[in-house]
Design a protein around this ligand. Sequence first.
Ligand SMILES: Cc1cc2nc3c(=O)[nH]c(=O)nc-3n(C[C@H](O)[C@H](O)[C@H](O)COP(=O)(O)OP(=O)(O)OC[C@H]3O[C@@H](n4cnc5c(N)ncnc54)[C@H](O)[C@@H]3O)c2cc1C
Length: 394
Amino acid sequence: MGVWIDSELCNGCKRCLKACPYDAVAMRGDKAVILEHCTACGACIEACRQDAVKTDVVAREIPDFSDHRGVWVLAEAQGGELNPVSLELLGEAQELARTLGQKVGVILPGWDIAGLAPTLARFGAAKICLAEDKALATYRVEIYTEIVAELVAEYKPDILLIGATSRGRELAPRLARRLKAGLTADCTMLEIDPDEKILLQTRPAFGGNVMATIASRYSRPQMATVRPGVMQPCECEGSQAEIINHLVKVPETPAVAAAKVLEVVREAKRKVRLNEAKVIVAGGRGTGGEMGFKLIEKLAEGFGGEVAGTRIAVEEGWVPVERQVGQTGQAVRPELYIACGISGAVQHRAGMQDSRYIIAINKDPGAPIFSVADWGIVGDLHQIIPEMLTQMAL
Ligand SMILES: Cc1cc2nc3c(=O)[nH]c(=O)nc-3n(C[C@H](O)[C@H](O)[C@H](O)COP(=O)(O)OP(=O)(O)OC[C@H]3O[C@@H](n4cnc5c(N)ncnc54)[C@H](O)[C@@H]3O)c2cc1C
């Protein structure tokens, strides 16, 4: 039946009408009635002062999760090196764990990884579970899913943070499915609800026009992915960690047996690590094309920095996709970000507004990029950048 109104008790005050987010309450004469498309969200029940809104929907019970403890990070390593996002997540995990009065744990699957444990401890891990096996030397999602799911089931974290790298984006949904846990992708803010002590996971939604806060009340671990460059690493002095060497048993499932890695061929091109750059010079549609991007490159070279671009610049083929900054690109926070011919759409700002200093060059004085810029130069970038290069050469 869902939700209905006891017309004997209804005094026609219309509070329920105003409270309903779905327009599912109407007036019939001087009495309120619930319409067919009611979702039984309960907003009208809370609003009614006459106790006239009735329901037979039973509130879902929150299971007892007291055996789930700790804020854990799924760390990522390749070729004996940690992905910097793992340390950024540890910084955030320390904050969350402090609020909850819990400890920070790390799961690190891979091969030749034992030497990375001291770094993980220095950046805040109190417990490090190393899952080391030659079969994990080359990342394969089927094997990693099985092994990480097994470890999560064993250590029962309250929260599990994963980098939104290409590996993390592939692994996290599979883990969530396997663990029957909720997962929020691409979070930009994480905090603990002071009353419920649950993780509030905030991320842009509807093309970045709203920020949605999501909570996983009914399952554990509470899983979130966070893009590189969003959180800050935090080193702690003299920290020691408990290290657990987990005995890895490579699963023999049909999915694992279905493929075999014969050879790993690495692309010769230089690895783009925009999130480690101190200076980034970014170009947008206003550069006008490849010629304009030559200026961007020269300016970046002058600063010893990296070149980046907006999604438009990527779509036009002026800059490769791995250099896209923004909501669907990389989040960066360099010391200096120079935005040239970029309007500053919310999706672009989401990836660069935490830069220490921002200079914007745009011929439109009303461009939104100026709202986040420390210095704004209104003018044509084809005149301004050559002038900057001349001044730098002096
Ligand atoms: C779901 C979704 C995700 C998205 N993700 C991203 C993302 O990750 N990154 C991203 O960047 N965008 C993203 N976008 C696209 C975003 O909404 C904008 O369309 C894009 O950022 C605009 O790029 P732009 O600033 O280069 O171009 P425009 O908005 O066209 O701006 C060009 C600017 O250049 C200025 N200009 C023109 N000529 C000159 C000149 N000669 N000198 C100086 N200034 C000049 C103009 O005044 C204008 O302000 C996303 C959109 C959606 C819907």
